[in-house]
Design a protein around this ligand. Structure first.
Ligand code: SF4
Ligand code: SF4
Length: 435
């Protein structure tokens, strides 16, 4: 297959320190906190109250909305509170806190689903609580149900994992190869998509080899080695590289006949159809200059991140910054009480040197941010308009196309906080559109 290339991109130091760290299971924490929103879409209503006993895999919250997924208990124990908390951003979210009893009694509702039709498959995927495990948090059953008039001919499996530090998908490829292929086959069968392309960056040769061997005799699935360049794993870049198709501004991959799923997501599909155990655990890369023993950890969803850092040996230096996700696109956390969520793929603790916010200097109009922007935007101009509150002019700059990859800020010699500024611009435009 002849690959296309996407414009721009950068080469941050990879820091994949945990590539050879096989996943280790963390035990049951002292408490579990399950937010009723861990996905893009409508929040769930809590179905339990303080004092209720719950079991592993029991539904704790659900919603009637199509764009939503249920949330489940990752432990057995007693609900100690149902209240609103700030998790990320500024909006409070209803959270169910559970005191585990250590028994890990499994709910009677946990049994493999009967899947004998496309409808039953979609219903099962929703019931599993699956959202994109690569970090996006988009409900998978919604993704698998594109508008009726769209024809999907390619399932793209994202194994690029281009952010520095993160190796959780790499470990999925190494440790659960057969589940990945089984999950892809389920998706192809029940959606009717004829082919799947697995894309992995060429800095993971062992994973490429393992998956290529596993699909050797299969005509419908192929494995492709991609050049290591950030943000190769962004949906639009992956589609462009693997198929040559360009997703138009403001549109979804289905517009160009593609559906993108993460390696961990398809692997979970296979596991769920076999066991019926919903999404209650997550593999997380724990790393960063302040972490004593970086590792890949299998964590129960709802575990406070402070406990995950403790499980990784604690800190060797006072962290200046805690991040959920990678250093390019992750979210800075204000507290180590925040729980691991469905979309958490990494937890980083960075020391003073790596984590401090740099001093911004004036833009020198060097144009480097324009050169590296994979979405053909003009980051320095957008930054200028946002800072000057020139919102009418901002409308002309396709700001909503920004995928917030941070490549512009990474390359800027003046250390302009371009991503934050563009994010602000996107918020302003969205609020204006709502009005
Ligand atoms: S403007 Fe947006 S898409 Fe372009 S490099 Fe910056 S963060 Fe990435
Ligand atoms: S890279 Fe930085 S200094 Fe150069 S044009 Fe962009 S914002 Fe200005």
């Amino acid at each position: 297959m002849k690959f296309q290339d996407f414009k721009g991109g950068v080469h941050p130091s990879q820091k994949k320190n945990t590539m050879e760290c096989a996943t280790v299971k963390m035990g049951i924490p002292e408490k579990i906190v399950i937010p009723m929103v861990q996905h893009i879409g409508a929040p769930c209503q809590a179905l339990v109250k303080k004092g209720d006993s719950v079991k592993v895999g029991q539904v704790l919250g659900n919603s009637d909305a199509f764009v939503s997924v249920p949330v489940h208990s990752s432990v057995s124990g007693v609900v100690s509170s149902v209240d609103e908390r700030i998790i990320s951003g500024s909006k409070p979210v209803v959270c169910v806190e559970i005191k585990p009893d250590g028994l890990q009694e499994i709910s009677e509702d946990v049994k493999p689903p009967v899947v004998d039709s496309k409808e039953a498959f979609m219903k099962a995927i929703r019931a599993s609580g699956l959202t994109g495990l690569g970090g996006a948090g988009f409900p998978t059953h919604v993704k698998l149900n594109p508008p009726k008039d769209t024809k999907i001919d390619t399932l793209i499996i994202n194994g690029a994992e281009c952010e520095p530090y993160i190796t959780s998908d790499y470990r999925e490829c190494m440790e659960n190869t057969s589940n990945i292929i089984e999950g892809i086959n389920h998706v192809l069968k029940w959606t009717g998509i004829p082919r799947a392309l697995i894309g992995i960056e060429d800095n993971k040769p062992e994973a490429i080899k393992k998956l290529a061997e596993a699909v050797d005799s299969m005509n419908s699935i192929s494995v492709h080695s991609l050049k290591s360049r950030y943000p190769q794993g962004a949906e639009k870049m992956l589609i462009k590289t693997l198929t040559g198709r360009e997703v138009p501004s403001g549109k979804l991959p289905s517009e160009v006949g593609c559906l993108v799923m993460n390696v961990a997501s398809v692997s979970f599909v296979a596991e769920y159809l076999k066991t019926g155990m919903p999404l209650i655990k997550k593999r997380v890369t724990v790393d960063g200059s302040s972490v004593k023993t970086p590792k890949n950890v299998e964590v129960l969803i709802g575990t406070p991140i402070g406990e995950v850092f403790n499980f990784s040996g604690g800190f060797i230096s006072e962290p200046a910054k805690l991040i959920m996700g990678g250093p390019m696109m992750g979210v800075a956390l204000y507290s180590d009480e925040i729980p691991v969520m469905k979309y958490t793929n990494a937890l980083l603790a960075l020391d003073e040197k790596d984590g401090k916010i740099p001093q911004e200097y004036a833009c020198i109009r060097c144009g480097r941010c324009v050169d590296v922007c994979p979405m053909n935007l003009l980051p320095f101009d957008i930054d200028r308009l946002v800072k000057a509150n020139l919102h009418d002019e901002l409308e002309k700059y396709s700001v909503l196309d920004c995928i917030e990859c941070g490549a512009c800020a990474y390359t800027c010699p003046s250390k302009r906080l371009l991503t934050q500024s563009i994010r602000l611009g996107k918020d302003v435009l969205r609020r204006r559109a709502k009005k």
